[in-house]
Design a protein around this ligand. Structure first.
Ligand code: ADP
Ligand code: MG
Length: 280
């Protein structure tokens, strides 16, 4: 194809290319029923006027931890206005001020002013709101290991979990999400006795489970019959031997792009081969 043809080629095999984005939230969340139930059990007391159960969510990368938290938080917020569910990505937010700004934003719908407001005022507004509205709060600290470098973890855990000492009746809990089992001990070292969590383990997916998940993603992202099951088998094998579901999703997207560049209406073995050379 010439350059014009490539740019203007308006046929596509992608029904929804966003389905292959890292932040896409899949409609169907497969093979994680027991983890979702365990998360629900930890949140249930909060819906009934008690404390959420502190939890550590453990599993290697791409085992669906972030997705699970987002899903369960959406369900809780759809069922109750008595629980504030805050998701914090600790790769992006590592200071006390930043993390409590995220919490503030969730509660009040806007960020606190960046300058001139002391931490204690932001903290006080949050806790007084929870107290007055009789709401409980659970904060998910995703990739919490990022807080260990700056040694902020203990203070932040303390701020959240000991709020009731200063603000009577406030009920708070933490979901700490970790992607490396080694950090489990680091967590105990960095966060002293204030956090005694329940563990929820996200085991690696089996090849068959990866196949099912990728098949579902294909349905969301490609038009029908773009890719055969036997090619998908190979992709699931690659992802499984790398122990990384994300690799499977990437391979689908990249081989789809190679198929389009080839003006092909289906993804063929050669497109996968090209994709494998490109995704390393
Ligand atoms: N059970 C699942 N069903 C559908 N998609 C999943 C499932 N588990 C993970 N994914 C997808 O895999 C990718 C990685 O999931 P994510 O929740 O970010 O994993 P983690 O937070 O454990 O690294 C995302 O694109 C997500 O949509
Ligand atoms: Mg994650």
């Amino acid at each position: 194809m010439g350059i014009d043809d490539i740019l203007l080629f308006d046929e596509t095999i992608f029904k929804n290319i966003d389905a292959f984005n890292p932040d896409y939230v899949p409609e169907n969340y497969l093979h994680r029923e027991s983890q979702m139930e365990a998360l629900a059990i930890c949140l249930r007391p909060a819906l009934r006027g008690g404390n959420p159960i502190n939890t550590v969510v453990l599993g290697s990368p791409a085992t669906g931890k972030t997705t699970a938290i987002n899903k369960i938080f959406n369900i809780v917020e759809g069922n109750s206005d008595k629980v504030v569910c805050v998701y914090v990505n600790c790769q992006l937010h590592t200071t006390r001020f930043n993390i409590f700004s995220q919490i503030y934003n969730k509660i009040f719908g806007h960020m606190p002013p960046e300058t001139g407001v002391p931490f204690s005022r932001i903290y006080g507004s949050i806790m007084k709101h929870l107290q007055n509205e009789k709401k409980s709060m659970v904060v998910a600290l995703d990739d919490v290991s990022y807080l260990f470098h700056s040694k902020n973890a203990n203070k932040i855990f303390y701020d959240i979990l000991r709020a009731h000492e200063e603000y009577n009746g406030v009920r708070t809990g933490i979901f700490a999400i970790l992607s490396d089992i080694e950090f489990r001990y680091m967590l105990d070292k960095n966060v002293n006795s204030v956090f005694i969590p329940q563990e929820i383990i996200f085991e690696p997916y089996t090849t068959q489970e990866m196949f099912d998940i990728l098949k579902d993603r294909i349905k969301a992202g490609f038009y029908p019959d773009v890719i055969s099951d036997s090619l998908l088998d190979q992709i699931a094998e690659h992802a499984s031997s790398a122990g990384d579901l994300r690799m499977g999703i990437d391979l689908l997207r990249v081989s789809g792009n190679f198929a389009e560049a080839d003006a092909s209406k289906t993804i063929e073995k050669k497109h996968l081969t090209e994709a494998l050379q490109n995704t390393g």
